[in-house]
Design a protein around this ligand. Structure first.
Ligand SMILES: [Zn+2]
Length: 71
């Protein structure tokens, strides 16, 4: 199993972040009349669930954890 290099914890946390940008036209009542998606991006961050160690910006499990065979 993978364990955190900092604290030895085997649980990790992945946060999914969704970013969208829309171009919007409002009608007289302030209700969205037309909308067009102009940008959309989903990314995930990885960190240790115990100590928050998040390693490099690439967030590969190898960056923050090491593999140890289960006994
Ligand atoms: Zn940790």
């Amino acid at each position: 199993m993978w364990i955190c290099k900092e604290c030895g914890c085997a649980k990790f946390k992945i946060t999914k972040i969704e970013e969208t940008e829309r171009e919007v036209v409002f009608d007289k009542d302030g209700i969205e009349d037309e909308s067009k998606e102009i940008y959309s991006n989903t990314r995930e961050t990885l960190e240790c669930a115990n100590c928050g160690n998040s390693g490099s910006i690439f967030h590969f499990i190898e960056d923050i954890a090491e593999w140890v065979e289960e006994k």
